[in-house]
Write a protein that binds this ligand. Structure first.
Ligand SMILES: NC(=O)c1ccc[n+]([C@@H]2O[C@H](COP(=O)([O-])OP(=O)(O)OC[C@H]3O[C@@H](n4cnc5c(N)ncnc54)[C@H](OP(=O)(O)O)[C@@H]3O)[C@@H](O)[C@H]2O)c1
Length: 263
């Protein structure tokens, strides 16, 4: 499956973790890419690396913050200089800066940050696609399996807000089926830089070793006792590409917690 130079995909949170692996998988598949994240230097080195692997595709970078609506509008403005049709959009985020925190200690600012990072940003992205994209976009959103299981007390803000994200995605997809196909990936766990840092902080607060925490995640929370790998992201990208056209909104549960799902 190679898409040559005709199809375009945007990836947010593209310089590290799930977003980075997604961008790499899309490059392997021959998509032209627009990559978005904050740190300009890290974004530039990601683009250099992907270009050196796959010379024939076009890759552009837009640096910006998902929490800033003007940055999201600029992402689309830059993209439309190259194409009037975004075929695919993969939304990956970071984590709220205030987490992990115990429920009684969560400050007001943390709720605002998490809401702008996950909810308002996603709404702004979808708003741009609905109002100005030429055609229908397949959108994959990285959510977490912990939104439907009793997740970790120290990560309540992200989980609570991301549960609302599901509703936003479903409602928007059903309202604009000719503009959007939305796939919500409720992700299990992968040793990304963000997850490693979160687990390090949670372990410190719980006074256990991070390695022990990773074993708990792998053996107690994932039915197949595994963590995700790059191959899983590649398979996910291929799944999005081959999803039947009649799909409007769907959820993919990827490892983790499926025994305790309470949709
Ligand atoms: N890894 C897992 O196991 C896992 C499981 C379930 C759900 N998730 C969720 O999936 C998402 C991605 O996780 P990850 O582990 O891949 O994270 P990660 O390793 O920390 O990578 C985050 C990426 O997003 C960018 N980013 C962070 N904040 C941003 C912002 N405000 N605006 C624009 N870009 C931003 C970062 O680059 P800059 O810092 O340069 O902006 C980086 O490229 C998160 O929402 C996470 O909660 C992850």
């Amino acid at each position: 499956m190679t898409h040559g130079s005709s199809q375009w995909a945007i990836v947010t949170g593209a310089s590290k973790g799930l977003g980075y692996h997604t961008a790499k998988a899309l490059a392997e598949e021959g998509f032209n890419l627009v990559l978005f994240s904050r740190n300009k230097q890290r974004l530039a080195s990601t683009i250099d690396e992907l270009r050196s692997r796959k010379g024939e595709i076009t890759i552009i970078g837009v640096s910006g913050d998902l929490r800033n609506p003007e940055d999201i509008d600029r992402l689309f403005k830059e993209t439309y200089r190259y194409t009037d049709k975004v075929d695919y959009l993969f939304i990956s985020y970071g984590n709220p800066l205030c987490e992990p925190s115990k429920i009684p200690d969560v400050p007001w600012s943390c709720w605002l940050e998490a809401t702008s990072l996950y909810l308002a940003s996603t709404h702004r992205i979808l708003q741009n696609l609905i109002s100005s994209n030429n055609g229908r976009t397949r959108v994959l959103v990285y959510n977490s399996f912990t939104i439907t299981s009793p997740g970790h007390e120290l990560l309540t803000v992200a989980d609570a807000v991301r549960r609302g994200l599901s509703l936003l995605l479903k409602r928007t997809a059903y309202s604009y089926p000719l503009k959007l196909m939305i796939i919500e990936a409720r992700f299990g766990s992968m040793k990304t830089p963000g997850a490693i840092e979160t687990i390090r902080l949670v372990s410190r607060l719980q006074k256990i070793e991070p390695d022990e925490m990773w074993i708990i995640i792998r053996e107690k929370m994932t039915p197949l006792n595994r963590l995700a790998s790059y191959d899983d992201i590649l398979a996910l990208v291929k799944t999005v590409v081959s999803m039947p056209d009649y799909t409007v909104y769907t959820v993919l549960n990827i490892d983790g917690g499926s025994d305790s799902i309470v949709c």
